[in-house]
Design a protein around this ligand. Sequence first.
Ligand SMILES: Cc1ncc(COP(=O)(O)O)c(C=O)c1O
Length: 450
Amino acid sequence: MSVIRLLTEIPGPNSRALLARRARAVPRGVPAVTPIAVVHAEGAVLTDADGNQLIDFGGGIGVVNTGHRHPGVVAAVRDQLDRFAHVCFPVSTYEPYVELAERLNRLTPGTHEKRTFFVNSGAEAVENAVKVARFFTGRQAVLCFEHGFHGRTNLAMALTSKVMPYKKGFGPFAPEVYRIPFPYCYRCAEGPAGGRCCMADRTRLEQILAATVDPGSVAAVIMELELGEGGFVPAPVEYVQTLAAFAREHGILFIADEIQTGFGRTGKLFASEHYGLVPDIITTAKSLAGGLPLAAVTGRADVMEAPQVGGLGGTYGGNPLACAAALAVLDAMEAERIPAHAQRTGDRITARFRQWAEQFPCIGDVRGLGAMVGMELVTDRESRTPDKALAGRLLAAALERGLVLLSSGTYGNTIRVLAPLTTDDAVIDEGLDVMGAALEAAVGRAAALA
Ligand SMILES: Cc1ncc(COP(=O)(O)O)c(C=O)c1O
């Protein structure tokens, strides 16, 4: 049975009316990626202000891996709200914060002693991870990657690669940030040489650093193991291993930014597990608390204990409602074996994408770990010129048909799926059917390969 129900065209009159009010009340800098106004959400289904039901393959940009209104999360938040909503953790201690820190210390890669503290957003977690790394090492430089995205606050923006819209006009940027190429094999001039990433070579890495910054002055390297906003590009395992060994030898801390890759998205609880990587510090946010604003910095106890009392924290960080939600998310991850289901869902999506790639020459690359799957659209396979306009037409055609879908990538030409990981196969298939129809409409039937 179909879950999409369209009563009006998309957007309907009520959505349009609220969007018009929004335009007069909210600055345009805050984007409206879709023109719909949502009044209810459940699982992977959104209901808009006109009563239309749409399938959500955006998941609040990777925030509801456990689905909208997961019953465990709703119950935990209600229960906590009946107790108290805020006391400020730096003032008075409460158990959900401590228990969540204990669980993240246990669940994140590595059996060593760890510490966790909470903040409100991904960008804030990134800022704090770097802050702690600088304090511990006594060094200032930070290495980051082309195509990386780490948020919109000043330091996070400096670490972010894409200029438009994230950086243009917003300087000056935080100093001591050094950017190196991401191992993006599809767009690498050399391609994966003999199936192996050309940048995984130790000498090559040393050469890149020799032209960038003295490793002895670098506090940390921050990396998304699979680029999120940068276009769903997983780093090759051999590259990450070479980089991690290099970092260790030079006393550089490895910060894995798992804000988008975390909590089952890649088919494992954390993407680091695909790489045998034990990061010194991990940043998480997004799906950590099933829709409530919460982010965490988890790291080696010796590193995390370095800063002085009062140097870390904030008024709202680790809000009790958000911590209660996160504990319910972790329960669900385990009880419902969400990472394993995500892998199966990812396989399903990848199979369909590959099938389309045989039909449509505009699909240049299909890639991703687990359910973090994307396809990169190009004008032709020889030049690999990014086709952002086609991506836009595809998203619009999907939305018209009742599917919320997102793009990503420095060139805006990668279609990504961030559907809740609890979504039934039938709903995934319905979403994929809509996506297939939208793809055909966007490219035009004539453009399909015979
Ligand atoms: C990898 C990564 N890091 C950091 C951020 C910033 O998180 P927030 O938007 O919560 O500040 C994002 C958000 O998309 C992200 O994907």
